[in-house]
Write a protein that binds this ligand. Structure first.
Ligand code: UDP
Length: 316
């Protein structure tokens, strides 16, 4: 494959940094852009000697022009419920102005474009598992709306830049993903449970713990995204692991993998927390010949050393 010049926004984030690694491993050159609102330069520290990687500290909500690119991956956004609750206006801006600014770059340089969308587009779904043709059930003014509606607006914008301007666009609807570099303090369930278990603290289960999520290990997700970027599909594609867990089952997997004796404590369920979530991945299977390979237990085992380091860093 011909090496490409690729722009990755959100490159210092959890997914952006893993995506950057995968693109560099394929021989491409990457310009990473991030304003470090929630990203962390530690996620890119291992690339300091890599001549095919460069970094620009910039908020994509403000127009910018880093020069020609062959492909743009738009991954910039706060993404955990705790982060986007703190950064509400910033989340709305990056998912609206930021998306338009990067789409305009793709149009100008005739670059391919892949947007990181989300299962949050489905809101608290009445259709289960979620298929791409389902329009979703989102509260437009609830606490999650700054994220959900920005991502839904972005899907409309990406579709319009394809439909009206012929930009070669792609959209992935990402379901819950975990692995090394997931921020230790961003409030997500896997990072919270792993850190709590390793510190011998109680695992905080919100609500009755019977709500479900389906967790995908990061390398499986990145593989699906790279395949989608090489496809000719312009409508959204779910990428995620279809094996569904209640939060109580998730807690018990974490206790097993960490060997922790932590107890479970129950805390209030956040407003508009989706009761269930599971991707229907038939489209990805057929179109991309993709499916996840790594179970939750294996993925947690692969993530253990990273979370042990996080706990070590917190206690020093
Ligand atoms: N959750 C939990 N305990 C925690 C953090 C989260 O029980 O310490 C629950 C949360 O209420 C939700 C699920 O775990 O039902 C997934 O939450 P997360 O913030 O990881 O992502 P979401 O899928 O809600 O965006």
């Amino acid at each position: 494959m011909t090496p490409k010049n690729i722009l990755v926004t959100g490159a210092a984030g959890f997914l952006g940094s893993h995506l950057t690694d995968a693109l560099l491993a394929k021989g491409h050159s990457v310009l990473g852009v991030d304003n470090l609102a929630t990203g962390n330069m530690a996620n890119l520290a291992h690339l300091s000697g890599e001549s095919r990687f460069s970094f620009l500290n910039h908020d994509i909500s403000t127009p910018f022009d880093p020069g020609p690119a062959d492909f743009i991956f738009n991954f910039a956004s706060p993404a955990s419920p705790v982060d986007y609750a703190k950064l509400g206006p910033e989340t709305l801006l990056v998912g609206s102005a930021g998306t338009i600014n990067t789409l305009n770059l793709a149009r100008k340089y005739k670059a391919g474009y892949l947007h990181a969308s989300t299962s949050e587009c489905y809101g608290d779904p009445e259709v289960h598992p979620q298929v791409e043709t389902y329009w979703g059930r989102v509260n437009p003014i609830g606490p999650r709306s700054v994220y959900d509606e920005a991502k839904r607006f972005s899907e409309a914008a990406v579709t319009a830049w394809h439909r009206y301007y012929g930009v070669d666009t792609h959209m992935v609807r990402i379901f819950n993903t975990y692995g090394p570099r997931l921020q230790a303090n961003d409030g997500r369930v896997i990072s919270n449970f792993m850190i709590q278990a390793l510190m011998g603290k109680p695992l905080t289960v919100y609500g009755d713990g019977l709500q479900t999520r389906s967790f995908c290990y990061v390398s499986d997700l990145i593989d699906g995204i790279v395949r989608l970027s090489e496809s000719s599909e312009h409508t959204p594609v779910n990428i995620g692991n279809p094996t569904e867990f209640t939060m109580l089952e998730c807690a018990s997997e974490v206790l097993h993998v960490t060997g922790s004796k932590s107890e479970i404590v129950y805390e209030p369920l956040p407003q508009d927390d989706p009761t269930r979530r599971r991707p229907d991945i038939t489209k990805a299977r057929n179109l991309l010949k993709w499916e996840p390979k790594i179970s939750l237990r294996e993925g947690l085992e692969k993530s253990l050393a990273y979370f042990q380091d996080c706990v070590g860093a917190q206690s020093t």
